[in-house]
Design a protein around this ligand. Structure first.
Ligand SMILES: Nc1nc2c(ncn2[C@@H]2O[C@H](COP(=O)(O)OP(=O)(O)OP(=O)(O)O)[C@@H](O)[C@H]2O)c(=O)[nH]1
Ligand SMILES: [Mg+2]
Length: 449
């Protein structure tokens, strides 16, 4: 994000562009009141009262009839004087209202700039600002719940508790540094080690939520794979509830990968149908499709191997050895007599023709991906990749402090590591001097947020 003056007054359309009954525009900054005075004809501003009036052009003619609400600093979303304008939701009309606001002193806001200001004014910590984004993009109740908890400051509170424990340990260590003649006595050393270990356990518990955090935010990449004609596309259609992929009895029907998201027991499942795998594709297009299947498999969270259980087993699939990928076997076409070779198989029998076994499959998928969900349930927050990187740095620094303390190294070394750990924890909730970090986070926001 280019460096933008935080002293400017910014304006943007906060509702999605397009037509609708109502559109919402926001103005925030020191000139918000004067922008309203210049562009709004109606009752005089009163805090938090919706006022009916008009946005007018320079000659005083109305552009639109609007409802305008003034939120004086600091009791506003951004912490600054803020004006919210609800106008009619037409493309042209919202453009004209916004242009008028820009004419009388506001500049167009950059993506995420309203939330960035809320952060800069201490209304939100960085984890809460990120939660605004999570909230907007949540696709399931579970993801929404995690975003709400984070917006509520749950992660910030976990971090604060860790920081306080860490500071208490550091205070002890620094006392020894201030009195250099005293070595850390073994009893104190022991007690401090125990406290460090408890901190490390809490850090690990937070880190253990990272996997679920990613699944909730990005969805579970679920790849349907198998021989041609096994019924992958039929199964995709069944799970989606509509005919998305072409189904036919010609092997090699699906060429390109097809991706759709469903809500499965609260998890966003990104279902990916693929070209059937066979060693002798009939043309270069099918071969290209098979190459795509392999690249989808490499990044799968869950692989559903689909077999036609009325036939003998096909040659084994060459699946990538990824320890984080879960596997389930679907014994498809269970409406047909099962081939004896599958008699003792542990796969889930499913028929896309009759619908039999689909609820069992959904249940099993949910149980498979929820595996390890205790960490999530216990912490009630799910960290994202950025938090995870900060927490890993904190963990490494704590490990090093632990080693230094147990080897009775000088107190300065221990203190240095503890400072590094504190810094890394501080980065989770946001330190104001980390410009690049801020840019990277807020530029993912949409304009007007
Ligand atoms: N009896 C039975 N036939 C099925 C079932 N599911 C799919 N089929 C049939 O199997 C054939 C292949 O189905 P598809 O869904 O196109 O199979 P696919 O695995 O996507 O095949 P490719 O795209 O060629 O790799 C079609 O004739 C389907 O009607 C099932 O549950 N029972
Ligand atoms: Mg297919």
């Amino acid at each position: 994000m280019p460096s933008l003056s935080p002293d400017d007054t910014i304006a943007a359309l906060s509702s999605p562009p397009g037509t609708g009954a109502v559109a919402l525009l926001r103005v925030s900054g020191p000139l918000a009141q004067s922008v309203a005075h210049a562009a709004f004809r109606g009752p005089s501003l009163q805090p938090r009262r919706a006022l009916l009036g008009h946005i007018t052009d320079p000659s005083g003619d109305p552009i639109d009839e609007v409802l305008l609400t003034f939120f004086p600093a600091p009791a506003s979303y951004t912490g600054e004087d803020t004006i919210e304008i609800s106008c009619h939701g037409g493309l042209l009309i919202t453009r004209k209202v916004l242009d008028r606001l820009l004419q009388v002193g506001a500049r167009h806001a950059a993506p995420g700039e309203f939330t960035q200001r809320a952060f800069l004014h201490g209304k939100l910590d960085l984890t809460q600002a990120e939660a605004v984004m999570d909230l907007i993009s949540a696709q399931t109740d579970r993801a929404l719940h995690a975003a709400h908890r984070q917006l509520d400051g749950a992660l910030g509170r976990h971090i604060l508790a860790l920081q306080q424990d860490l500071l208490a340990i550091l205070a002890h260590i620094e006392a020894y540094i201030d009195f250099p003649d005293d070595d850390i006595d073994p009893d104190t050393g022991h007690a401090l080690l125990a406290r460090l270990e408890s901190l490390q356990r809490q850090l690990l518990a937070l880190l253990a939520t990272a996997h679920h955090g990613r699944l909730l935010r990005e969805g579970v990449r679920t790849v349907l794979v198998g021989a041609p004609n096994a019924g992958k596309s039929s199964l995709l259609n069944q799970l989606l509830g509509f005919e998305r992929a072409i189904v036919s009895d010609l092997p090699g029907t699906t060429r390109d990968t097809i991706e759709e998201v469903i809500n499965l027991h609260g998890f966003p499942l990104r279902l990916i149908d693929t070209a059937g795998l066979r060693s002798a594709p009939c043309d270069p297009i099918e071969a290209a499709g098979i190459a795509r299947t392999h690249s989808q498999l490499a990044s799968a969270d869950l692989i559903l191997t689909v077999v036609d259980a009325s036939l003998p087993p096909p040659p084994p699939l060459d699946l990538p050895p990824n320890p984080n990928t879960r596997h389930l076997l679907v014994l498809h076409k269970s409406d047909l007599p099962r081939h004896p070779a599958w008699q003792y198989s542990s796969g889930v029998p499913v028929s896309s023709h009759t619908g039999a076994g689909l609820p069992d499959l959904a249940q099993l998928i949910a149980a498979t991906i929820a595996d390890g969900g205790e960490a999530l349930a216990q912490m009630d927050v799910a960290v994202n990749a950025r938090h995870q990187a900060c927490l890993l740095r904190a963990q490494a620094a704590l490990q090093s402090a632990h080693a230094a303390l147990s080897q009775q190294a000088s107190a300065e070394f221990v203190a240095l590591d503890l400072h590094l750990a504190l810094e890394a924890l501080g980065d989770v909730v946001g330190r104001l001097d980390v410009e690049d970090l801020l840019g990277a986070i807020f530029s993912q926001f949409c304009i007007g947020k």
